[in-house]
Design a protein around this ligand. Structure first.
Ligand code: SF4
Length: 328
């Protein structure tokens, strides 16, 4: 994706640095979770930039890119052309996100890309976009003209795991408070419990996070959707953290290698995670659009989630997006 990255060593190691580069490849790619027996949500990924100034121990980007700095692609006009051209013959719902290779909002004050993407997609009545973040950086989004077509997605975890795994990110209470502010600003919000971890007290602590959502969000109809995914990763991350002797917290649980080559929790553990969360959401707001990220049909069934997707996961989320966009 990136043109020969002539990044000096010091800058490459600096997560706060933003380097401008030219992207010769495509900016729009479908979510890669389409193969290997796991159900994909049909998300479309736009990548105007990569990286993030925070640091999550489980972040795969540290093993994926040979540099830790942020990259801002300087040819946004090519992204615009590509999007206009590909959208010109699509009338069905398209759900975009920009958070696959970095945090969508962390550096928004400096880059402005979220606002540019919102503006680019604004004229398309069938298109919705989600900006995923672990920050509280919503101030720059005030200028977005149609916030009702934009979802601000907050990645959530328990305070224990945020403290242990997500350095430099906003505390849980602040993320939830910011989500409530987003709704006041006219946005929809989403919540992503991904990755979820198995540890002592996981169940009561994750259930507590769900309770907290409904204490802070007074109008749950403004929650676009909620996703869940147990911790899973490529073995390359384990090897990398092992070199730093920093792998034990993450990989001490029982894990198997899945059909996609990723390490993940045993099936009964994943089922227990999702079942507990689904029960808790049903107590507070049974109408919630709740889905699993890249899970097998067996896990959907075992965790009691299958009933949510009689027409498949993609249709389930497209229908929700259609409601948000205003059904024709
Ligand atoms: S916020 Fe996202 S992109 Fe940034 S370090 Fe954490 S997982 Fe990686």
């Amino acid at each position: 994706m990136v043109d020969t990255p002539l990044i000096d060593k010091e800058t490459a190691a600096d997560r706060s640095a933003i380097v401008r580069l030219h992207n010769k490849g495509e900016f729009w790619k479908p979510c890669p979770g389409t193969t290997q027996g796991y159900l994909c949500c049909g998300y479309q990924i736009l990548t105007p930039s990569t990286g993030c100034g925070m640091y999550c121990k489980y972040c795969i980007l540290q093993a994926y890119f040979p540099y830790q700095c942020q990259i801002l692609f300087d040819n946004f006009d090519d992204l615009e052309k590509e999007v206009h051209s590909k959208l010109s013959n699509r009338s069905e719902v398209v759900r975009f996100g920009t958070g696959e290779f970095g945090d969508s909002l962390y550096s928004e004050n400096k880059t402005g890309v979220a606002r540019k993407i919102a503006e680019l997609l604004e004229p398309y009545p069938n298109v919705i976009v989600e900006f995923k973040t672990k920050s509280t950086n919503i101030e720059p989004l005030k200028t977005i003209r149609k916030p009702e077509k934009v979802i601000i997605g907050f990645s959530l975890n328990t305070p224990t795991m945020i403290e242990r795994m997500e350095s430099g990110t906003a505390p849980l209470e602040q993320r939830l408070k910011t989500a409530a502010q987003c709704i006041e600003m006219g946005f929809y919000v989403a919540f992503h419990f991904d990755p979820m971890f198995i540890y002592k007290n996981w169940e009561s602590e994750y259930r507590n996070v769900v309770r907290n959502i409904f204490k802070k969000i007074s109008d749950p109809t403004r929650i676009a959707w909620v996703s869940m995914g147990g911790f899973r990763t490529m073995p390359a991350l384990k090897n990398l953290l092992k070199q730093k002797n920093d792998h034990l917290n993450l990989f001490s649980g029982e894990m198997i290698t899945g059909m996609d080559g990723k390490l993940r929790y045993f099936r009964p553990l994943r089922t227990a995670l999702y079942r507990a969360m689904a029960q808790e959401f049903e107590i507070h707001y049974p109408e919630i659009t709740l889905y699993l990220c890249m899970e097998s049909p067996e896990i959907w069934k075992d965790s009691g989630m299958k009933k949510r997707i009689p027409d498949g996961l993609v249709r389930y989320l497209d229908n929700r997006a259609q409601v948000i966009l205003g059904a024709p």
